[in-house]
Ligand binder design. Structure first.
Ligand code: UDX
Length: 445
């Protein structure tokens, strides 16, 4: 009933850019807003400022329909739209584990001050529980006279590398704190995914905020669990990859997020579990905080284990030894190096005096911008040339499929540490490599 709602998406990072494109794809008129004119210019030209498979094609397609545009003009966008999605980042604060909410607060204030008619403000950013209630007070206080503005929470669960599919076909749609009008409006916005079977969970504001961080905390816990068991496997002479497969057959457990190795990184999991730890402590929920503290420690310990293995492979010191690092992104199919375990390990070895050369099929430039003092190669061959040991730290297909016989000829000493458990150990060994895998005692050198 009535015309389709007009959508404003504030923030055009991974979350916002994908959301704006997806909303246009669902048939609505959309404006994406960012304070960074460079991002707006790029998106307007049909270019995505980061690597995300499938998104550039969909962006160009939607720009061509005329339904999608980008602007730096918040007042114009807010005056035009009916539904305003808050899609800005909540990074870890510089001084503590808490989330830094300045962008969420600034955008919510900017929306509220510029409202010209009744509107729905929808938070999608990942925030500490209790934030939405505070923002609601802010909206009530700052909204122009005569304008009715409602604030609700609708967390986003997209994964980088699968952002488009996750946005168009979400596992669930969580609607927190909605009045019946707001719920009806959002059911219209998400009519496409709902028709295709995405379940809708309607709940209060704090539950909606907590669903998001709990989902990430659970995924992180699953990874740290298998990494802890991986340590037991090593000590006991078992193989964690076979164990994970066997565990995964239990439908109550499931095989996903049981890949032992270098652990989790990226712009979400690490900072989200730390923010939840901090918030749980504030709320007096000490047990949850203690559990998450262990999850974080186990995860960071994996990075140290790989550093130790590299030192061992170089005979006790990496000083002036050549180390080839395959992988810089925090996971494959992205160029994101935020809190990347791979780069963290590379930088630590560099600090210990190793000559480190990094190669990543997509993240070379973003890695160089963050760690300019490391060496960078433009191919696997170049990174492997003359090395004393190579480390496979991100499981790109290119590394899994590389020919170990060919690479062995390029090295000074064919030694490989497979920190993601994805190489064919038998194949590498028969090509002459000293092969070390995490949690696989039988594969230790
Ligand atoms: C994550 C959540 O999956 C997503 O729902 C949320 O919205 C944002 O955070 P993302 O950061 O894109 O998404 O990455 P994800 O695919 O979850 O991987 C996170 C990290 O865990 C990566 O560093 C990956 O290498 C690591 N990981 C994943 C493992 O070490 N083992 C596994 O078995 C799975």
């Amino acid at each position: 009933t009535g015309p389709a709602p007009r959508i404003a998406v504030l923030g055009t990072g991974y979350l916002g850019a994908t959301h704006a494109v997806a909303m246009a794809q669902l048939g609505m008129e959309v404006v994406g807003v960012d304070t960074d004119p460079h991002k707006v210019e790029m998106l307007t030209a049909g270019k995505v400022p980061f690597y995300e498979p499938g998104l550039p094609e969909l962006l160009s397609e939607q720009m061509a329909t005329g339904r999608l545009r980008f602007t730096t003009d918040v007042a114009e966008a807010v005056g035009w739209a009916d539904v305003h999605f808050v899609c800005v980042g909540t990074p870890q604060s510089k001084t503590s584990h808490a989330a830094d909410l300045r962008y969420v607060e600034a955008v919510t204030t900017a929306i509220t001050e510029n409202l010209t008619h009744d509107a729905l403000i929808v938070g999608k950013s990942t925030v500490p529980v209790g934030t939405a209630a505070r923002l609601r007070t802010l909206v009530a206080r700052e909204a122009p006279a005569g304008v009715r503005a409602e604030l609700v929470w609708n967390p986003e669960f997209l994964r980088e590398g699968k952002a488009v599919a996750d946005t168009l076909h979400p596992d669930r749609i969580v609607l927190g704190g909605t009045s019946s009008d707001a719920e009806a409006l959002l059911r219209r916005v998400y009519a496409g995914p709902i028709a295709e079977g995405s379940p809708v969970v309607v709940c209060d504001l704090p539950t909606a905020e907590l669903v998001k961080v709990s989902a990430n905390a659970f995924l992180a816990t699953k990874i740290s669990f298998i990494n802890a068991i991986s340590g037991v496997c090593e000590a006991a002479g078992a193989d964690v990859t076979v164990l994970a497969d066997a565990l995964g057959h239990d439908v109550r457990i499931g095989r996903q997020f049981l890949d032992a190795g270098l652990g989790f990184g990226g712009g979400c999991l690490p900072k989200d579990i730390r923010a939840l730890m901090y918030r749980a402590n504030e709320l007096g929920a000490g047990r949850a905080a203690a559990l998450l503290q262990q999850v974080d420690e186990i995860n960071m310990g994996q990075r140290q284990s790989v550093i130790d293995l590299a030192v061992q492979a170089c005979g006790g010191s990496v000083l002036n030894r050549r180390i080839g690092v395959l992988g810089a992104a925090f996971k494959p199919h992205t160029d994101d190096v935020r809190d990347s375990p791979a780069l963290n390990v590379a930088a630590a070895l560099h600090l210990r005096g190793a000559q480190v050369t990094v190669y990543d099929p997509e993240a070379g430039d973003t890695a160089r911008a963050m760690f300019p003092t490391l060496g960078y190669a433009t191919s696997v061959d170049e990174a492997v040339e003359g090395t004393d040991v190579i480390l496979v730290l991100t499981e790109w297909d290119e590394f899994i499929q590389a020919d170990p016989a060919h690479l062995a000829l390029l090295t000074h000493q064919p030694a490989v540490i497979d920190a993601r458990g994805r190489l064919d150990a038998a194949r590498w060994r028969s090509a002459g490599w000293t092969f070390t895998g995490l949690g696989r005692a039988a594969l230790a050198a």
